[in-house]
Design a protein around this ligand. Structure first.
Ligand SMILES: Nc1ncnc2c1ncn2[C@@H]1O[C@H](COP(=O)(O)OP(=O)(O)OP(=O)(O)O)[C@@H](O)[C@H]1O
Length: 736
């Protein structure tokens, strides 16, 4: 392979930066043999043999097949003979240098030629894993721009046409204008009016190509399912210039003759890179439409063959370029100022031996053709890049003018505003004037914004290494195409919706946390109640019941036991986590919605978007949960207060009992009780403090949604007898 690459770069074929006479470069690509022949029998070995270690590479028909077919010994040489499925290899051999020189201002044309099903589309377009010459060339063009650094700037536009039944169709245009073939001394032969799209990154190019592919004529023939029934020409117009963006040459005073060094001195380089996938010739067709298509295809390919023969033989006189649209369009390419690469695709199977011989003969003739490519430079007014620069400069001048005018007008309005109020009439006139100025300022402001936007837009279209950012593709990765992406405008309401949902989720989470905390606290209070008055073990239920009676919530809320509370909490938690899950998946589907790859596969539709109905559902559900949680919180707040009341009452009873006991003779029990009473006093004071804070925090009126400050999660002091107190009780005294 290395030997082959060296050979491809040999002096006679190397692309120099200077124009030179050179042969058209021809590579042969032998498609790997299938196991079975078209009749389903095991395939015979390939009748072709070749030596890819010599240069130029030679291919021969094995003698027995020559004899068997009564053919003369067939042996020809080409720039490269390749087998296998590796499209990177074929790109390196047949296309890379032509694409490189197109970036330097040389026109370039690459096309695949061969019988139907021999691999032309595979070679030119490729698959997802094996991107063909077109996607690799696109990728390479942008790599070149990146490599050029900030010293150069580029403007790229693309067009895509097909020739179907001798009619030219613009694959990118939605409405078909009548396309005609024109000729001028600068551009040579070209098609117009074509829809050309300015492109700024490889993905965009591939998206446009795939849009065109969808309009292309493809159908099943006797040989395979997706036979190209038309010739397609993908063309990239490359304008390049020494960098002006970001240089100090702005603003230029165009038309006044004093602008700095621009492309007018050096010229803008302009080249056409044409990548062509020809339709395949076929002998037999089974249906009428196909037969008509095939006859057009065969006729244009025969004309191409005849034209090539005449040019290759150096015959003077009439060359039948005009006999087919294809040869007419390729006229400039084949006769002069263009670097050309041809890939002859060959089906090795024995039944196709005649077609293969024709293809190889065609390649051998093409190889004899010389072209003399030269760097193409155009005057300012012909290059779009220069037109854009001129427009940018004009707009910048207008922008400066508008800025100056605007500041003048603004100062006038402020002067007018300061006029003495006594001079009423004058003031009225000034007011009117002021209003007018303000309107003018507004208009100027609008004009400035428009200029700025246009400048931004034009500047973005002109590519340089820095303006392209990180849009580089790795060689091993085919370009994928993203469709159906939403505009930022349509995204904004969704973003704000997601923001609202997130806020609500946070509130849901917070409310749930708060309720959990209160549940724990209620449990603790109940424990405390039991410890203070074991005889009131059933009191929690009583307390609850009393509370629900008061609140009129009995029908909604079974408060028989704490375990019901826990169940309710679990259900609520589940509900909240379901909603949060749905919202999260909705958010994920928004962010990472898969985008289909369109080139190798049929067009896939956008992934289904979660409908706005679903969003409404989620929001409604969230609102419902928030309301429920809100009620739950209120209910628990009341319960807590109630239980605390009860605790206090019991503590007071105990306190009184302790006081009574204190009047009796001191015993170890009374000592213990006294200590306990002292502890309770301290705890009670702390409890009062906490309760005050608690009530303050909850005093603010609550809206149906949870918006007020959360209740302080600081737990109240525990009023349960402390272990130390109990220890003193049992350790230091004996029961009386
Ligand atoms: N070098 C190759 N390696 C692997 N598969 C190949 C190769 N060449 C062609 N094929 C496969 O053979 C089939 C026909 O190839 P392709 O469509 O490229 O033929 P074609 O010459 O463009 O035919 P047509 O002129 O009818 O459009 C495709 O399924 C393609 O993937």
């Amino acid at each position: 392979m290395e030997k082959l690459r060296k050979a491809m770069r040999s002096p006679s074929t190397a692309i120099n930066s200077h124009d030179s006479v050179e042969n058209i470069k021809v590579c042969v690509r032998l498609k790997a043999q299938s196991e079975l022949d078209p009749d389903g029998r095991p395939n015979l070995p390939s009748p072709w043999s070749f030596d890819s270690n010599s240069w130029p590479n030679q291919i021969q028909l094995e003698p027995q097949f020559s004899e068997a077919n009564r053919k003369q010994q067939f042996s020809h040489s080409y720039d490269a003979i390749l087998t296998g499925s590796d499209n990177f290899q074929i790109y390196d051999c047949a296309a890379k240098s032509i694409v490189g020189s197109a970036m330097d201002g040389f026109h370039g044309t690459i096309f695949a030629y061969g019988q139907t099903s021999s691999g032309k589309t595979y070679t030119m377009t490729g698959t997802e894993d094996e991107p063909g010459i077109i996607p690799q060339a696109v990728d390479d063009v942008f790599k070149h721009i990146r490599r050029a650094g900030n010293t150069k700037e580029f403007l790229l536009r693309i067009s895509y046409i097909e020739i179907y039944n001798e009619t030219i169709k613009d694959l990118l245009a939605t409405e078909q204008a009548e396309l005609r073939i024109h000729e001028d001394k600068y551009r040579g032969v070209y098609v117009a009016p074509l829809k050309e799209e300015i492109v700024t990154n490889p993905k965009q190019v591939m998206r446009i190509i795939e849009r065109g592919e969808a309009n292309r004529h493809v159908s099943a023939n006797n040989y395979h399912e997706h036979s190209s029934r038309s010739h397609t020409i993908f063309q990239m117009v490359i304008e390049s210039n020494d960098s002006q963006l970001g240089s100090n040459s702005f603003p230029m005073r165009l038309g006044l003759g004093t602008h700095h060094r621009t492309a007018s001195q050096s010229g803008v380089k302009l080249s056409y890179l044409s990548l062509i996938d020809l339709a395949g010739s076929e002998k037999f067709t089974s249906n009428n439409d196909r037969r008509k298509e095939a006859s057009f295809i065969n006729k244009s390919l025969l004309t191409l063959g005849a034209v090539i023969s005449k040019i290759a033989d150096g015959k003077t006189g009439h060359i039948p370029f005009r006999d087919s649209k294809l040869t007419r369009i390729l006229q400039t390419t084949l006769t002069g100022n263009c670097r050309v690469g041809v890939i002859c695709t060959v089906n090795q199977d024995l039944p196709y031996i005649d077609e293969s011989i024709n293809t190889l003969k065609f390649g051998a003739r093409v190889k004899k053709i010389n072209t003399r490519a030269q760097v193409n430079k155009v005057a300012d007014e012909k290059a779009l890049i220069q037109k854009y620069h001129s427009e940018i400069n004009e707009l910048k001048t207008k922008l400066n003018k508008a800025t100056v005018e605007q500041s003048k007008e603004s100062s006038k309005t402020s002067v007018a505003a300061n006029v003495d109020s006594a001079q009423e009439q004058e003031l009225e006139a000034l007011r009117l004037q002021n209003q007018k100025y303000e309107e003018e300022v507004m208009e100027l402001h609008l004009a400035r914004t428009t200029y700025k936007e246009r400048i931004d837009h034009l500047t973005k279209l002109i590519l340089s290494s820095s303006s392209m950012g990180d849009k580089v593709f790795k060689r091993s990765r085919p370009m994928s195409v993203h469709i159906g992406h939403r505009s930022s405008n349509s995204l904004n309401p969704r973003l704000s919706l997601l923001g609202k949902q997130r806020d609500k989720n946070e509130r849901l989470e917070w409310a749930l946390g708060d309720i959990k905390f209160k549940n724990r606290y209620i449990k603790e209070l109940e424990g405390l109640l039991q410890s203070l008055a074991p005889e009131t073990a059933a009191s929690p239920a009583k307390v609850f019941r009393r509370y629900t009676e008061i609140q009129g919530l009995k029908e909604n809320w079974d408060v028989g036991s704490i375990s019901l509370n826990a169940e309710k909490e679990k259900a609520m938690e589940e509900k909240v986590s379901n909603t949060l899950g749905r919202v999260a998946s909705l958010r994920l589907s928004r962010q990472f919605a898969p985008v289909p790859f369109l080139r190798a596969e049929p067009l896939r539709e956008d992934p289904p978007e979660p409908s706005s109905l679903e969003e409404d559902d989620i929001i409604e559900e969230q609102n419902k949960i928030i309301l429920e949680l809100e009620q739950e919180r209120k209910y628990q707040t009341q319960t807590v207060a109630d239980l605390k009341d009860r605790v206090r009452q019991l503590e007071m009873q105990q306190f009184r009992r302790a006081e009574l006991a204190a009047t009796k003779p001191v015993s170890s029990e009374t000592t213990a009780l006294k200590i306990r009473v002292a502890e309770l006093e301290v705890a009670l004071e702390a409890e009062r403090e906490w309760r005050k804070k608690f009530l303050q925090a909850n005093a603010a009126p609550r809206s149906p949604t949870i918006t007020s400050a959360p209740i302080s999660p600081i737990p109240p002091p525990r009023l349960r007898p402390t272990p130390s107190a109990l220890q003193t009780d049992s350790g230091s005294s004996s029961p009386s």
